[in-house]
Design a binder for this molecule. Sequence first.
Ligand code: PMP
Ligand code: GLN
Length: 385
Amino acid sequence: MNPLYARMGTTIFEAMSARARETGAINLGQGFADGRGPEAVLQAAAKAVLEKSNQYPPMIGLPELRGAVADHYARHQALNLAAEEVVVTSGATEALAAAIFACVSPGDEVICFQPLYDAYVPLIRQAGGVPKFVRLSPPEWKIDKAALEAAVSSKTRVLLLNNPLNPAATMCGADELAMLADFCVSHDLTAICDEVWEHVTFDGARHLPLIGFPGMRERTVKIGSAGKIFALTGFKVGWICAAPALARVISKAHQFLTFTTPPNLQWAVAEGLATQDAWVQEARHRFQHGRDRLRAGLEGAGFAVLPSAATYFLSVDLTASGISLDDVSFANKLIDEAGVASIPVSAFYAEDAVTNVLRFCFVKEDATLDAAITRIAEARGRLAG
Ligand code: PMP
Ligand code: GLN
């Protein structure tokens, strides 16, 4: 057996959701929204399964969806992608795997930022690559240029960036992205950009894609996910966008990961990208309302809440909240004694973890958030550790 997997635990998201299901806890752990998503997308998926082909679609994706992705980014991010530069994948997770397998050869070093999404390190290692970590820490989670320069070597081939960043809920500004673009160009790196949270941004701020910065058009793999755009995480429809030479090689990795993605869901997402801009905008407001409600509730219960500019998440700083327990112990107590599931942020570090931050998902009905806040506030005294 491969020791990489033999020694590995189940992802924190699955583990916490399983415990929430078993115990009946309110699940503010794994990131998924209450609600059904846009009705037009659901109708299109149902209609397509009954009325269109359910046989293998083209390996690189339905032309309708590849075109819709290119149009979507022209409209929202002023990018000039051709449909040929889009490869449809089974979620961003598969897009990440295909991009990493296509861009990383054994011995290559990959710069990634901690906290990082838990799939990154196993995928880099499976490719034979060596992750080199740049550590970000709360409350700013800022990228330090000197730390970045210290992580690069003659073996570095790829920079892997998650922007907006889960779980920090931060979003890179133009200056930071310009610095990263310069860095990639000067060290001749490919950038793999996990931008699944690109539309879940708050307070009027908008996501900027690294691929749009000088020198990056030919060396960036941009990854998106319909699961996040339409709050339909079970759809698992994602894509990569990259210049033709890169996209072609990534499609070769994709063809032996999943080969393709259910055609009805691809049609539905194409329909959604073409027609649901208003839904996406309305969802942003709804999610921002949930963020503000949870933040106010947690602050009222005596927690120090970190800012959230994007994603489905906000975090509390346990130390600043006067809690001496580490994040894992506190998350365990919270689920056992208050009946609320969360995610300890240390799970997003491969080494040298930040252990005093806990993540909560706020894209829930008001009643669910209020019930969670009541439970947490009621248990606050007992939980302080
Ligand atoms: N990357 C990041 C940063 C994520 O947060 C997630 C899931 N929330 C994914 C990738 C996976 O996306 P998908 O469900 O489309 O595979
Ligand atoms: N990305 C989701 C989160 O951060 C979880 C995805 C998963 O469960 N694999 O909560």
